[in-house]
Write a protein that binds this ligand. Sequence first.
Ligand SMILES: Cc1cc2nc3c(=O)[nH]c(=O)nc-3n(C[C@H](O)[C@H](O)[C@H](O)COP(=O)(O)OP(=O)(O)OC[C@H]3O[C@@H](n4cnc5c(N)ncnc54)[C@H](O)[C@@H]3O)c2cc1C
Length: 318
Amino acid sequence: MSILIIAELVIAELVTEEKSIKAATRSAITAAKAIGAEIDVLVIGEDVNAVAQQATNIQGVTRVLVADNSVYAKPLAENFAPLVHSIAKNYSHIIVAATSFGKNLLPRVAALLDVDMVSEVTRIIDASTYVRPLYAGGLNATVQNNEIIKLLTIRPTAFDATQDANQAAPIATIAAVTDDKHLSRFVSEHIRHNERPQLSTARVVISGGRSLGSAEKFQEVLTPLANKLNAAIGATRAAVDAGFAPNDSQVGQTGTVVAPDIYIAIGVSGAAQHIAGIKDSRMIVAINHDPDAPIFQWADYGLVADLFETTAAITAAL
Ligand SMILES: Cc1cc2nc3c(=O)[nH]c(=O)nc-3n(C[C@H](O)[C@H](O)[C@H](O)COP(=O)(O)OP(=O)(O)OC[C@H]3O[C@@H](n4cnc5c(N)ncnc54)[C@H](O)[C@@H]3O)c2cc1C
């Protein structure tokens, strides 16, 4: 029994000059170790030999497979899925982190294999039994998957990232599946350059809600506090829909799931769909002028006060 991890790469210019393995992939490796089998990591892309080399050092990796071809220059799930499908029969499990990348890719692989997949796994009980949240995290279901090849997306915040070890696993090259089906094509990308920590991995996250009132106020109130705390800035869906904050800052069930050391919710009501994305935070701090706001049921520290006055005062005090 071997497990295949599909690596997700940090795309070059976003963070460093070099491509690298995303921390979420290291969490997928931790989940694989809980199953207990040999672990192959598949690195797909163009010019990815250096990334493959990095993967060889990750503790517990048995082998690194590389598919290096111009057809994989951009992570188009429609092109990656046939490649994963072509080697799937060698594995008992195929695991990828439940990021946008993994959520886009693995269902396509499942369809090609005609097997069920289990999504957003938060705990591995044994090789075929897993825990995953239901109803926006209101319930944890224990599910059993009896498919011959088990396909899982794992929630990265539920598993620590496996670190490097003093090891160098062998690398093997695999043949590209290059018959581009032209089901999708890469048009352009707009990279939002951001000096802040990434939302999904930041130690401190500050989120604002609809109550901030405008995009200008959203920045004006939250940015100075975020600067003081070196925090990532998140938003509720209502704030995103109102155009106060970019789409990729949405936290929650249909946004990013975060688990920082400190989550500060400013003018956030605490709807179930928002809570689904924050409840694994180590500490939740909430500022809301309504003492009955649901966020206070989740907050370790709650301040019933006007957000504009108090956020400025806290920032000044810091
Ligand atoms: C299928 C589905 C998926 C969803 N996914 C998500 C998701 O991923 N993430 C998400 O966030 N939401 C999601 N939602 C939306 C969610 O249900 C809520 O509508 C949303 O989270 C509310 O955002 P909010 O707290 O900014 O706004 P509101 O609910 O309007 O709350 C604003 C809060 O600010 C407080 N307030 C107002 N003025 C002040 C002030 N001056 N000082 C202090 N406090 C003040 C109010 O008391 C209130 O509690 C989803 C909904 C659906 C149906």
